[in-house]
Design a protein around this ligand. Structure first.
Ligand SMILES: NC(=O)c1ccc[n+]([C@@H]2O[C@H](COP(=O)([O-])OP(=O)(O)OC[C@H]3O[C@@H](n4cnc5c(N)ncnc54)[C@H](O)[C@@H]3O)[C@@H](O)[C@H]2O)c1
Ligand SMILES: [Zn+2]
Ligand SMILES: [Zn+2]
Length: 357
């Protein structure tokens, strides 16, 4: 099968013929239908997060089950599935407390030496490696896709939609009437914006450096727009809210914007960091903020319990209460993946999707 292989930091991905093993106990082989072009993969390509190489990246995908290994009962060949990018054990302390996205055993559940290129092992990313025509995944990472949801929309539920809407609904549990700021209106940030609108936030302030992103945020439910290229965004938010918002979400992956989020919340407010801040970077906060009960928390994968959350997200999409088609600015083939990443870096797209035949 064809897969996009990363050989090193800063190098373009290379399309290669990679072989994939048969599914073992509890595993599923999926034929990829669509895969989103998320900024998280770019952090690995650019080296702000370390990874072994060669590796096949990609973690926002949906496809059709081709083959199941022994003991798999939740899906069968022909089923359409979203693949969650975290595999969980079901029995560790975090899993049994309803936090499978923080499973303590996830690293141990990884597969080694099951993808091969020229008879040498290729690493699997996020237990899936979605920039490939086929993916060998864990059965418990598969969530059935209902009729009426195309695979390209389901793919985005696999990361950006779940991460963004989940950060609002699950991690922060934003109450109706809250004021919300979202710093960064890309694929994830636009989903935080629409999640906040769905939650009944009274103000949803979108902040970005690019006019096209701010225009998209308006379409996704932002009530106010702040162009951060025209002066300090913290000052602008404090002025327009008379002292700050209840919740500020960071959706870029920079220490500086995480610090901005902490400064734009009001007394008792919460900053929620969704972006992947580079390994080794430090976020500095004014300590006096804690005396007014300001807090800052991280949000991973929208705190997903995938078999609970992804079905309701897909149902809202089916009812046209959640925008996913509108997120998809461009479609690319797998052999155009470097172009797709160049467009993401240039800020030209809300989200691109790699579509497979
Ligand atoms: N926590 C998680 O589980 C999780 C999941 C998915 C993605 N992420 C992370 O979320 C972040 C966003 O991902 P994405 O795919 O939406 O990226 P993206 O590139 O589509 O969006 C980033 C947006 O930030 C804007 N931006 C950049 N610098 C800015 C600044 N200084 N001020 C204001 N706006 C600025 C860009 O114009 C762009 O619109 C990444 O760091 C990604 O790795 C985290
Ligand atoms: Zn992602
Ligand atoms: Zn676990």
């Amino acid at each position: 099968m064809k897969a996009a292989v990363m050989y090193g930091v800063g190098q373009p991905l290379v399309i290669e013929d990679v072989t994939v093993d048969e599914p073992h106990q509890g595993e599923v082989l999926v034929r990829t239908g669509a895969c989103g072009v998320c900024h998280s993969d770019l952090h690995f390509m650019e080296g702000s997060y370390p990874t072994p190489v060669p590796i096949v990246l990609g973690h926002e995908s949906a496809g059709v089950v081709e083959q199941v290994g022994p003991g798999v009962t939740n899906v069968k060949p022909g089923d359409r599935v979203v693949i969650a990018f975290v595999t969980s054990c079901g029995y560790c302390d975090n899993c049994v407390q309803g936090k499978p996205y923080l499973c303590s055993n996830t690293a141990r559940l990884g597969r080694a030496d099951r993808l091969r290129l020229n008879d040498r092992p290729v690493s699997q990313f996020a237990n899936m490696s979605a920039f490939a025509e086929q993916q060998l995944v864990s059965a418990n990472a598969c969530v059935l896709v209902p009729d009426g949801v195309p695979l390209e929309a389901a793919a985005l539920v696999g990361c950006s939609v779940m991460t963004g809407v989940g950060a609002v609904a699950n991690t922060a549990k934003v109450p109706v009437g809250s004021t919300v700021a979202v710093v960064g209106a890309g694929g994830v940030g636009l989903n935080i914006v629409q999640g906040a609108a769905l939650a009944g936030a009274s103000r949803v302030i979108a902040i970005d450096l690019l006019e096209n992103k701010l225009a998209a945020a308006r379409e996704f439910g932002a009530t106010d727009l702040v162009d951060a290229s025209r002066g300090d965004p913290v000052r602008q938010v404090l002025d327009m809210t008379d002292g700050g918002v209840d919740f500020a979400f960071e959706a870029i992956g920079l220490a500086q914007t995480a610090e901005q989020c902490f400064k734009m919340i009001k007394r008792g407010g919460r900053a929620v960091v969704v972006g992947m801040i580079p390994v080794g970077a430090t976020v500095s906060l004014p300590g006096v903020g804690f005396l007014s009960e300001k807090g800052i928390i991280g949000s991973f994968y929208g705190s997903t319990r995938q078999t609970h959350d992804m079905p309701w997200l897909m149902e809202l999409y089916r009812q046209k209460r959640l925008k996913i088609d509108e997120l998809i600015s461009r479609r690319y083939r797998l052999d155009q993946i470097n172009e797709a990443y160049a467009a993401l870096k240039a800020g030209e797209v809300n989200r691109s999707v790699i579509v497979f035949d």
